[in-house]
Design a protein around this ligand. Sequence first.
Ligand code: ADP
Ligand code: MG
Length: 284
Amino acid sequence: SIPLGYFGGIGLASRNGILFKGSNFLDVMTGINVVIMDKTGTLTKGVFKVQDVVAVGIDKTELVNHAAALEKSSTHPIARAVVDHAGKELELKAEGVEEISGHGLVGKVDGKTVHAGNAKLLKKYDISYPEEINNLIDTVVVLAIDGNYAGYITIADEIKDDAKEAIDQMHKLNIQTVMLSGDKQAVVDKVAKTLGIDKAYGDLLPEGKVEKVQALKDSGSRIAFVGDGVNDAPVVALADAGIAMGGLGSDATIETADIVIQNDQPSKIIAAIRVGKITKQVVW
Ligand code: ADP
Ligand code: MG
């Protein structure tokens, strides 16, 4: 039978907006020594805004409109920023849009082939682009029209208010912090430095995130993974404690998770560990 204290623990957690899908995960949380977090939507707000447009051989507004026509068919947070920036007058329509996971989009706009995504996308299609794009410390949407580099749009996201406090608390509990992201390494490094995160890996495809988590698991670490995105479900499943952030979370991630944090606050990760510890004191 389940000791009474576990019911208390699950109740205490749920009153704090943390849903444990089984009492065993209260215990698991007390033994975690590495917390791995997704960047976008987990440590940052996941609400991007366009900062700057650089157009090459095309008018700036035209470039944004071509990008937005493609991005209209994507639900990625990057897509929303580009579409919002184009505004209401957007008349261009895209056809045959294909979304390539971890890369971006390709499709036809006004009879021309348009690529909108990261440097990896252009590389995949053998389209050359200026190398300095990799050094920009904002997220970028690189664009090509009919196979020629046509410029880029920089977009930025904000770090959540309680992210630094959550990371500091993890370190106080002797927990190592790791961040994984599909975004550029330069952006990932900036966020990691601001938050004091121990290790940060960018430019990862969904399978690259799985490999990183598996490697840490193989080294004997007890891992909590916290994510919000569509691509996070496999890593959530792999972690000792898979945690979904509910606010922007996708259904697949929430379904796979062992623990669901209903709001968007990283400090709830600490709260989940605390509830586990309190429960353990009551049970034993
Ligand atoms: P993450 O959520 O960690 O950023 P994703 O796999 O969702 O990981 O995306 C990885 C990268 O792929 C993004 O940072 C972006 O550079 C590019 N990308 C994905 N979808 C789009 C899109 N719709 N438009 C432009 N770029 C995209
Ligand atoms: Mg994502």
